[in-house]
Design a protein around this ligand. Structure first.
Ligand SMILES: Cc1cc2nc3c(=O)[nH]c(=O)nc-3n(C[C@H](O)[C@H](O)[C@H](O)COP(=O)(O)O)c2cc1C
Length: 222
């Protein structure tokens, strides 16, 4: 089975990518038949949906597919034929990163039918997971309603691909290695370092468990 991760951060070795890699490793360790790969959105030159509606034009050559021929287009097709997708995004201004948002517009909109039920013409049902990494601690995340806001895209994933996504929030991340070199007194360096040392390894372990659960979902064992 193909389990693919999409990194919506420009940083290929930091929080989001590390959590995504743990999801993939957890999936691969749990079963012998799992193939994994990670794609970094910032490697691709693309824009969000341009609203051309070609994906909905009856009898048109791009019906049900994104008509914009750019670097992300072949990846969209590859992803839609995977067994599970793991979307990873840093939180930017209380939401997905702009690159992840633009990417999801391109991936999701062609699959969404403008009929009475907003049905789906995704090529197959997929299992999905969303992992988010963010600066704020968990209580601020809840107070500022991040889960509700982020839940909107998760609802589209459920509608289009047939099952509710698994979700992981990774809070209070270390944003830079050395806080003394930046104007960042908003954050307690001691708290951040403690978080990195004690909590982040647990987040990585939870990500591995999420990966194993996702593989079991695909295999129909969950
Ligand atoms: C432009 C920008 C906006 C951000 N906005 C938020 C925010 O609104 N809330 C939050 O908790 N963290 C915010 N952050 C922090 C990142 O979400 C956090 O450091 C994340 O773990 C970074 O992921 P990465 O290490 O994979 O790049 C922001 C960071 C940047 C660069």
């Amino acid at each position: 089975m193909d389990i693919l991760a999409i990194n919506g951060s420009a940083r290929k070795k930091w929080n989001t990518a590390t959590i995504l890699q743990n999801v993939l490793d957890g999936a691969a360790e749990s079963r012998g038949d799992v193939l994994t790969e990670m794609f970094h959105l910032y490697d691709y030159d693309y824009k969000g949906c341009i609203g051309c509606l070609e994906c909905k034009r009856l009898g048109g050559p791009s019906y049900g597919q994104c008509a914009v021929k750019d670097q992300i287009q072949p990846l969209l097709q590859r992803l839609l034929h995977a067994d599970a997708l793991v979307f990873g995004s840093p939180i930017y201004f209380s939401d997905l990163s702009g690159m992840m948002r633009s990417f999801l517009e391109r991936l999701f909109f062609p699959c969404l039918v403008y009929d009475k039920d907003y049905s789906s013409i995704a090529p197959k049902k997929l299992k999905t997971a969303f992992v988010y990494t963010m600066n704020v601690p968990k209580d601020w995340m809840n107070e500022w309603h991040y889960p509700e806001r982020l839940g909107r895209m998760q609802e589209y994933a459920e509608r289009l691909f047939g099952s509710a996504p698994r979700v992981q929030y990774v809070c209070d991340t270390l944003q830079v290695k050395d806080y003394s070199r930046y104007k960042m007194e908003r954050f307690s360096v001691a708290d951040k370092e403690r978080q990195r040392e004690l909590e982040f390894p647990l987040d990585c372990q939870r990500a591995r468990e999420l990966g194993a659960a996702l593989a079991a979902d695909v295999a129909g064992e969950a």
